[in-house]
Ligand binder design. Structure first.
Ligand code: ADP
Length: 868
């Protein structure tokens, strides 16, 4: 395609081939330029002018450009819009190019970096309160390996899960970029395809070992083949994006499924944990509880809420720390004030390790580590410290030598620009001080020179000035220039401008050379100091990251304590029993929203125990059923994340999986048939929930016809009650379900109360025992402004229907004779033929001879079992 192209275009095409589907930023002097389709795309996203430069194949070449000095802002917008960008820099100067290839030689350019959503480190491009996750996934023999990292802080996690749990795992990670092997049918949506060969477990293992300079990974944990294969894919991608230089990665942590409260994507979105259903943070759980004063704390809190714990001891440890800060408001206030002012050392460290650090980042590490030590000393003084705090305290100190060195070496607030120097403190390097003195003296000499020349020439308007092209020069207004033009004046002419003429002189030249030479040496000296200091920080990176993590954990606990004190929350009691006993529970988000309009939230109790573990909640629309269901799910989630909870008392029996489902009509904005979605999600509960799970089902069955819906709701309640036997809250408007109480002994009926008063409906939002007395549908319609005559007509129809119901026994007539759920065999469809199922699942092509032999034995065993 580059036939007949200019050398520059040929170079461009070569780079563009390397850049693949990334936009190519092609450096031209002070601009990055984009051409062809890249230019069209970028000019749209950035709303900048699309012009053209030269011709290619007879047509003008579309072009747009952004100035190098403000490129970061443009990059941020392109990344937000889902683009990836390859940066092609000039890797030699024009002089070097000329020396190499003559006067017409083209400056050599190379892609120095890819900028992608998952591999950012720049402060301006990252959100301070959100982790930025890059993930790689692949499949090894039926298991899914996931490798995830946040290179802005170095965190790296590996996990393995079954194929059907991938969606939930990815929902938890919330990655901003995802890579997977090419041509993988089961790959998640929106992934970036990479060569299959990168996702090899031995490759991954070798790369991890090399990265951390260890002979074996055992010290970091146990990693499966699938985890290592994913790690291989992840590191290969980072290597590609960084053009051979790897970013900051801490040793990997193995995460196993059972350690965390499992929640699938539907549950996360319906509970609105990190984002509300409108898509933003506003209205989410985290927005209602985050009182962290540092970005690192907010990121840790998001992580805690995304993956609550299941281990009682770990939960108690976190709760004890929250309690400690809760009980001492003065200590908490002091601590939070210091924390608020401390910089984000985790991310500064990430930039330094990635080779993109600035003097300001070194200053942040210095200040952050000093603050950490102060905080450590200050907390050390308090008595009755909880165990978790004692474990964290040692991680706050131990950087004395490094912070001393940084303090001596750097000025108090170092600049973000490294190439201009000016960040090394006076007195740190005598040679540098001398160089600075030389340029200082020379500058003063130049000022003196100016005064002397004015005197000698009698031209009061004479000035000595400086610009990038000429360096220092003497300038006089044109009308005085003749005097200086005289051959014996001591001045040499340099440039004639519209109203002024510029000159040089021997003395000025000498002083200017002194400045230039000393300045150059000083810059080189500062650069060397920067490298040395950065090297020291990099050498201590794991300890610094540990300090950052400890500070974040402390900020989270103090923030949760603040939130608890603000809202009068209580410390939950964690129990091993299968119960949930909440007194005076509230929904933090709804309560906050009501408070905004001056309304009060009505607190409600919830008590699920093994012999009363399923509550059916009825009552009118808008009565508060959903709110009640969700507040209890959130209380479980908060408690297991180690937070106090919005209630006056709570005993939370540990939950292994949390499920939340909302009936279809609340959930319209999706492509698939909403009822289909509802059933797929319900099926997942029936397949995955265990006795230890907690399930909330909100109007399930509503998305289809009344008969289908009631029948399905009935069957689902029975299955949850009798087969799964987990704790469950089920909100429904089907009155008929109340009859389930007759056959399900651990099910009880509840409703949200309402009253009609002078013809108006009053919703009390108060939970009461027993079935809902009536539906109030017409009263709700009136409340909503349906015209009076329509409501009156509906009343007449309703009376007729209800009369009919009394005569026939209604929708649920005959259900009393239905055999019990457990007794209903799965009949003619007979899904249970184990032998057949095993054979259907079999992939004969992948069997080794040995596996085939084992299979024969297994089939024999199955056949015997089925017969018996
Ligand atoms: P339902 O699920 O029964 O239709 P919702 O739970 O959606 O009702 O509640 C409807 C509205 O009622 C909420 O948006 C909120 O404003 C209010 N509400 C719900 N529960 C309470 C409560 N416990 N106290 C005060 N207001 C409440």
């Amino acid at each position: 395609m580059s036939g007949g192209a200019t050398p520059m275009m040929e170079q461009y095409f070569a780079l563009k081939r390397e850049a693949g589907d990334c936009l190519l930023f092609y450096r031209m002097g002070d601009f990055f330029e984009l051409f062809f389709d890249d230019a069209r795309a970028a000019s749209q996203v950035l709303d900048i002018a699309l012009t053209s430069r030269g011709e290619h194949g007879g047509a003008p070449i579309p072009m747009c450009g952004v100035p190098v000095h403000s490129a970061e802002g443009y990059l941020a917008r392109l990344i937000k819009a889902g683009c990836r960008v390859a940066i092609a820099e000039q890797v030699e100067s024009p002089d070097q190019a000329k020396a190499r290839g003559g006067s017409k030689a083209l400056v050599k350019r190379d892609i120095v970096r890819f900028v992608t959503a998952g591999t950012l480190t720049e402060e301006a491009l990252l959100e301070p309160r959100r982790a930025n996750v890059l993930a790689a996934v692949c499949e090894v023999r039926g298991s899914i390996g996931i490798a995830a990292c946040d290179i802005s802080t170095g965190r790296m996690e590996l996990e393995e899960c079954a194929a059907d749990a991938l969606g939930a795992a990815l929902a938890r990670l919330g990655a901003s970029e995802l890579v997977a092997p090419e041509e993988w049918e089961a790959a998640p949506e929106g992934y970036i395809a990479r060569a299959r060969s990168h996702f090899a477990s031995d490759e991954g293992e070798a790369r991890l070992k090399a990265l951390h300079a260890v002979a074996a990974l055992d010290a970091y944990g146990e990693f499966t083949r699938a985890m290592l294969a994913a790690a291989g894919g992840l590191i290969a991608y980072l290597d590609h994006v960084g053009r051979g230089s790897l970013p900051f990665l801490l040793p990997p942590v193995a995460r196993s499924g059972g350690e965390r409260l499992a929640m699938d994507e539907a549950t996360r979105s319906s509970l609105e944990i990190l984002t509300s259903q409108q898509g933003g943070r506003q209205g989410s759980l985290i927005a209602a509880i985050d009182r962290c004063v540092t970005g690192a704390g907010a990121r840790q809190l998001a992580d805690d809420l995304s993956a609550p714990l299941t281990d009682a001891a770990q939960i108690e440890a976190r709760l004890a720390l929250v309690q400690f800060f809760h009980d001492d408001p003065l200590l908490r206030a002091d601590l939070r004030e210091v924390l608020r002012a401390s910089p984000d050392i985790g991310r500064a460290l990430g930039r330094i390790v990635a080779g993109r650090g600035s003097p300001r980042d070194l200053g942040q590490v210095r200040d952050g580590l000093s603050e950490a030590r102060r905080i450590g000393d200050f907390l050390q003084r308090s008595t009755d410290r909880p165990a978790l705090l004692d474990a964290l305290l040692p991680r706050l100190g131990g950087h004395g030598a490094l912070t001393d060195h940084l303090s001596r070496a750097l000025v108090p607030s170092p600049p973000t620009e490294r190439s201009q120097g000016g960040f090394v403190a006076e007195g740190y390097d005598h040679a540098l001080d001398e160089l600075r003195a030389i340029s200082g003296n020379a500058r003063r000499a130049i000022a003196a020179l100016e005064a002397r020349y004015r005197d000698e020439t009698g031209i009061a308007a004479l000035k000595i000035r400086h610009n990038g092209v000429l360096g220092y020069f003497i300038e006089v207004p044109a009308k005085h220039a003749d005097r200086l033009m005289a051959p014996d004046s001591g001045f040499t002419h340099r440039q004639t401008m519209a109203g002024a003429v510029r000159f040089n002189s021997l003395q000025l030249h000498e002083e200017a050379s002194r400045i230039a030479e000393a300045g150059g040496h000083a810059l080189a000296a500062e650069e060397a100091h920067f490298e040395e200091l950065a090297g020291e920080v990099i050498a201590a990176r794991e300890a610094i990251a540990a300090t950052a993590a400890a500070l974040a954990r402390i900020d989270v606990a103090a923030g949760l304590a603040e939130r608890a004190a603000e809202g009068n929350w209580c410390r939950p009691e964690i129990s091993a029993d299968r119960l949930l006993d909440v007194k005076g529970g509230r929904h933090p988000v709804v309560e906050a929203a009501l408070a905004g309009s001056g309304e009060r939230f009505v607190a409600n109790d919830c008590c699920l125990v093994p012999n009363d573990r399923l509550w059916l909640v009825g009552g009118p629309n808008m009565g508060g059923k959903s709110t009640f269901l969700r507040q209890n799910a959130l209380i479980v989630l908060l408690a297991q994340a180690g937070s106090f909870v919005p209630a006056s008392g709570a005993v939370v029996g540990l939950v292994d999986r949390l499920f939340s489902r909302v009936g279809a009509s609340d959930n319209l904005a999706r492509g698939r048939s909403t009822f289909m979605v509802e059933m797929v999600e319900t099926a997942a509960i029936l397949a995955q929930a265990t006795e230890r799970s907690f399930v909330i089902l909100d109007e399930v069955g509503r998305g289809t016809s009344t008969y289908d819906g009631l029948a399905l709701a009935w069957a689902v309640v029975e299955a949850v009650h009798t087969a799964i036997r987990c704790r469950c809250l089920f909100a429904t408007h089907f009155h008929e379900l109340a009859r389930l109480a007759e056959t399900c002994d651990a099910l009880s009926l509840h409703h949200v109360r309402a009253r009609e008063w002078k013809g108006d409906l009053v919703l009390l939002h108060e939970l009461a025992e027993g079935p809902a007395d009536r539906s109030y549908g017409l009263a709700v319609a009136r409340l909503a402004g349906v015209p009076k005559d329509v409501v009156a007509r509906a009343k007449a129809v309703l009376d007729r229907l209800e009369a009919g119901r009394r005569e026939t026994g209604g929708l649920a007539a005959g259900l009393g004779d239905l055999p019990l759920f457990a007794a209903t065999g799965v009949d003619e469809e007979q899904a249970g033929d184990a032998l057949r199922e095993r054979l259907e699942k079999l992939d004969a092509d992948t069997l080794t001879p040995r596996e085939a032999l084992e299979l024969v034995y297994e089939l024999k065993r199955l056949a015997l079992a089925t017969d018996g």
